[in-house]
Design a protein around this ligand. Structure first.
Ligand code: A5P
Length: 234
């Protein structure tokens, strides 16, 4: 029987939402798994759960509004208790991530670094021994002079291409930036690569999330399992 990955993502999303308690400030991730979680959170809010949320993309903001989830901001609430989000790849041992396939990596990283706990929800296809290979590493860059930024990035990631929309024009993120998708067969030192890329003027952020993950909820056909570095109540 074919695996129903959408059901697996929904299961992971429900497990993440079970971690949310009254009065928490909650970071809302982006992408299809996070959308399931936002819908589930909306149901809990309708039943009386009291939280406030900070979304990581305009799409997630709209979804949260549709589900009547109260939205807050960093001036009212500078610390987030828990953020749930998806990922494009999870490195099993380190829990380092590649994120940004859905264009939201910059806000996702700002929200993640402001969160006491970052809970990642994935199905088992996203788990890897080493980051890279089939999943491109997205890098958010400033449109001005992007060609020159790209040639500097090429020193570390020679195989890269500008992310385009269906009409062939460059995709603009929620922050009006471009994204460069870098194909790297094996990212053996993600921390150093992230540092090197961030030193290039014109690079705004990379999709490498290093030492940020508190817990990964993995939905498999055989059930839910968790990977974590520190103990969290489930
Ligand atoms: C958004 O920019 C991404 O970081 C997403 O969190 C990531 O692409 C996972 O999305 P899915 O849950 O749709 O796989």
């Amino acid at each position: 029987m074919a695996t129903d990955f959408e059901s697996l993502k929904r299961e992971a999303a429900k497990t993440a939402i079970d971690l949310i308690c009254n009065n928490m400030i909650v970071g809302l991730g982006s992408g299809s798994t996070a959308s399931y979680a936002i819908a589930e959170l909306g149901e809990r809010v309708a039943k009386g759960l009291k939280i406030k949320a900070i979304p990581t993309s305009e799409k997630s903001r709209l979804l949260a509004q549709e589900h009547n989830i109260p939205i807050t901001n960093f001036s009212e609430n500078p610390v987030i208790d828990l953020t749930f989000d998806g990922a494009d790849q999870v490195e099993i041992n380190s829990l380092n991530l590649i994120k940004g396939l859905g264009n939201a990596l910059l806000r996702e990283k700002i929200v993640a670094r402001t969160s006491k706990k970052l809970v990642i929800m994935v199905d088992e296809r996203k788990l890897v021994d080493c980051l890279g290979n089939q999943t491109a590493l997205p890098i958010e860059i400033i449109p001005f002079g992007w060609e020159t930024t790209r040639s500097l990035i090429s020193k570390y990631c020679p195989e890269n291409r500008l992310r385009l929309k269906d009409d062939g024009k460059p995709l603009l993120t929620d922050n009006d930036h471009y994204i460069l998708d870098c194909q790297i067969s094996k990212i053996t030192d993600a921390e150093q690569l992230n540092k090197n890329l961030k030193l290039i003027t014109g690079v705004v952020e990379t999709g490498l999330f290093i030492n940020m993950t508190s817990m990964v909820i993995v939905a498999k056909q055989s059930g839910i399992s968790t990977l974590q570095k520190e103990k969290l109540p489930l």
